[in-house]
Design a protein around this ligand. Structure first.
Ligand SMILES: [Zn+2]
Length: 112
């Protein structure tokens, strides 16, 4: 994401932030060292996947981080602890109403 578009932040905590590029309408979910770039529709699916732990598998080790989420890269997985997941859910919950409003705005602009 190397561009100089106008970025608006909707949620932030010490682990990351959620915002949107107002020019290309891409939602950025930054969490720890991961960055998810999503459309508004993809954001809803992403939030549901995280809230409901869809596609997550238990990954039992002695190190915590016991939830494993596959990625499209076959050799790369995301690992979450319960605390990680709670922190990510807090960000998603905070940003969701604003993103819903953005989506309604997009829809009404498409219809006018
Ligand atoms: Zn942009």
């Amino acid at each position: 994401m190397n561009h100089k578009h106008h970025f608006r932040s909707f949620a932030q905590n010490e682990f990351g932030y959620i915002g949107m590029c107002e020019d290309c309408r891409v939602v950025n979910v930054a969490f720890n060292n991961s960055l998810f770039c999503l459309s508004l529709d993809q954001f809803d699916a992403f939030a549901e996947m995280i809230f409901d732990r869809l596609a997550m598998q238990p990954f039992g080790t002695t190190h915590g981080k016991e939830l494993l989420l596959p990625t499209p890269m076959p050799n790369y997985f995301l690992l979450f602890s319960e605390d990680d997941l709670a922190n990510l859910c807090a960000l998603l919950t905070e940003a969701a109403p604003v993103l819903e409003a953005q989506r309604i705005l997009d829809l009404s602009q498409r219809l006018s």
